[in-house]
Design a protein around this ligand. Structure first.
Ligand SMILES: Cc1cc2nc3c(=O)[nH]c(=O)nc-3n(C[C@H](O)[C@H](O)[C@H](O)COP(=O)(O)OP(=O)(O)OC[C@H]3O[C@@H](n4cnc5c(N)ncnc54)[C@H](O)[C@@H]3O)c2cc1C
Length: 227
């Protein structure tokens, strides 16, 4: 996770420093401007609006959850995503009901990286260490062929760098059968929890193990397809 660690901002459990240099919310070059709905309120010090931090989380996460308002109520679906500059892209079949319903509509996209289980002395203070991003925006249909192709290449590249150049390129028919949506990175927040459990002083002598259990997503050995 080199990209993330390079950009990591201290967000200790003391709550200090979570918003780091981006705390102004004024939309300086390195930070996303906070809005009414993108401002973290609960444990607000864990909120982070730094572009590098947001980008690193989006780039490391392989799965996003896309929330859409539909005629039959709210819907959240897991989906692959990719980021190019200040745009997040998702794709699917033109027959994908959720993507069609999202087209041109306000959506919310969230990604989560789980870093540890946090076992406190009290049941109440059990938690998780995480890095997450929430994006609000309007999902636009990508019609420009170059942008569409770049987004699809970038999605393939998430499997393995260089893969888009090696794999057979999409045909015109495959391009037509694929819907790509773009969500601009404008109204964005990250939230990060690090550190150990935060127990109450009165619980510190409770006779139970406390600490964190780190979690990692690790690639296994490749298994080649028979040729
Ligand atoms: C893996 C994981 C597990 C979690 N488990 C729990 C749980 O069990 N119970 C619980 O109460 N909370 C949990 N959280 C935290 C949860 O995501 C919310 O931050 C928290 O519940 C506060 O909710 P709220 O509606 O009061 O947020 P508010 O602070 O009111 O949210 C305001 C704005 O802050 C931003 N924001 C809030 N949370 C996040 C976030 N996680 N990532 C990025 N931006 C954010 C959004 O833009 C949001 O619109 C978990 C988070 C993660 C990543």
């Amino acid at each position: 996770m080199p990209g993330w660690y390079g950009a990591r901002v201290a967000t200790g459990d003391s709550g200090a420093g979570g918003a780091g240099a981006s705390d102004s919310g004024a939309g300086d070059a390195g930070a996303y401007a906070r809005t009414e709905r993108s401002t973290t309120r609960r444990l607000a010090a864990r909120g982070n609006y730094d572009r590098q931090v947001v980008h690193a989380i989006l780039d490391e996460a392989l799965v996003a959850h896309l929330a859409v308002t539909t005629d039959s109520g709210p819907r959240v679906l897991p989906i692959m995503h990719t980021r190019l500059g200040e745009v997040v892209y998702v794709h699917g079949s033109v027959a994908n009901r959720t993507l069609r319903e999202a087209s041109g509509q306000p959506v919310c996209l969230a990604v989560t990286l789980l870093d540890a289980l946090v076992l406190a002395r009290s049941a109440f203070h059990h938690s998780m260490n995480y890095r997450s991003v929430v994006v609000y925006g309007t999902a636009g249909v990508v019609v420009d062929p170059d942008e569409k192709r770049s987004a699809l290449d970038a999605i393939v590249e998430r499997s393995a760098p260089g893969r888009a150049a090696e794999a057979r390129p999409p045909t015109e028919a495959e391009m037509r059968s694929t819907l790509v949506l773009s969500i601009p990175l404008v109204e964005v927040s990250a939230k990060v929890r690090t550190g150990g459990p935060i127990d109450d002083e009165a619980d510190m002598s409770w006779p139970v193990w406390a600490g964190i259990i780190p979690l990692q997503l690790v690639a296994g050995d490749p298994v080649a397809e028979p040729s």
